[in-house]
Design a protein around this ligand. Structure first.
Ligand SMILES: C[S@@+](CC[C@H](N)C(=O)[O-])C[C@H]1O[C@@H](n2cnc3c(N)ncnc32)[C@H](O)[C@@H]1O
Length: 287
């Protein structure tokens, strides 16, 4: 079998041409960084998995651009926290595109896996990203204050997304932007809601319960953010063919609080007596 690409191959299956790779790059994005992240192979190829990852990160960066510029244009130096940073892809890209060129501010990657932190730290150093650092910590344990904060999280596992939201709420971040990962917390306790509940058929079967639980989780996240004074949008990150975990919740702080959103949150929760979600403990309608 020839390794030669066939014209009918879907783009994700074959190696991309140099022109196609260039089309994937954002203005100001270097091939050097993509090599360092192993998204480009040593001979400059972009394979299917790397292309998917690059699409997610670049779409996230593109959608964040106006909000991040708002933060970076303020007089106080900005801190961009990438919660659950993993290999640091998103944080490093945000540094190269926005924080580095701004000449001030920093990017902090939070990651509970110390090995990944060591590797990402070495990578940032090699790239000369001197206002970027990584901390080996759980997101919930990170408490360094920042006056001008943006919190971002791409696929931070399960409730780590909520920890990122809480970090933003606690420090009144100017921007909170999360693309949640799979989430099980609500789905797990929806099973305990009364079986004769009028809405019960929505989560009767485990697969429906997972989907409905994830949907309800994201709805509750948006209402919590709104009730604490954020203006929220929820949009698709990339086409579903590139990722199934695809909802971008983008929140900008515009006021102290919002009693209408708080009342909506309260009313929605009354429909689901007995459900528990950590985010609601300190930041729910009673907070
Ligand atoms: C699915 S990966 C995504 C990594 C990266 N954001 C990306 O999109 O490439 C999730 C990462 O979050 C880290 N993580 C999970 N829970 C965490 C927590 N509570 N605090 C810090 N890191 C966490 C995991 O170790 C993992 O590296």
């Amino acid at each position: 079998m020839s390794g030669k690409p066939h014209a009918a191959d879907p783009p994700a299956r074959r190696a991309l041409s140099a022109r196609e790779i260039s089309a994937e790059l954002l203005d100001g994005q270097s091939r050097e960084l993509l090599h360092a992240l192993h998204l480009l192979t040593p001979d400059g190829k972009l394979n299917a998995d790397a292309r998917r990852k690059l699409k997610q990160i670049n779409h996230f960066a593109g959608l964040l651009r106006p909000a991040l510029h708002d933060v970076l244009d303020r007089p106080e130096p900005a801190t961009v926290v990438d919660a659950g940073t993993g290999n640091g892809y998103l944080g490093l890209v945000l540094y190269e595109l926005f924080v580095g060129p701004a000449g001030a501010g920093e990017v902090v990657g939070l990651e509970s896996n110390a090995q990944l932190v060591d590797r990402a730290t070495a990578r940032a150093k090699r790239l000369g990203f001197d206002r970027m650092r990584f901390a080996a910590t759980k997101v919930a344990d990170y408490d360094r204050p920042a006056a001008n904060l943006a919190v971002v999280a791409l696929h931070a596992c399960d409730t780590a997304t909520d920890d990122a939201i809480v970090l933003g709420l606690r420090q009144e971040a100017k921007v909170v932007a999360v693309v949640p990962c799979c989430q099980a917390e609500l789905a797990n306790n929806l099973g305990g809601v009364r079986a004769d509940h009028a809405l019960g058929p929505l989560w009767r079967f485990p697969i429906l319960r997972r989907g409905f639980g994830a949907h309800l989780t994201n709805v509750l996240r948006t209402l919590v953010l709104e009730s604490h004074g954020y203006q929220v949008t929820v949009t698709e990150l990339v086409g579903w063919e590139h990722s199934l975990k695809n909802e971008l919740i983008l929140a900008k702080k515009v006021q102290r609080g919002n009693s209408q959103a708080r009342n909506q949150l309260k009313a929605l929760l009354q429909q689901f007596p007995g459900i528990r979600m950590g985010l609601l403990d300190d930041w729910g309608p009673g907070a």
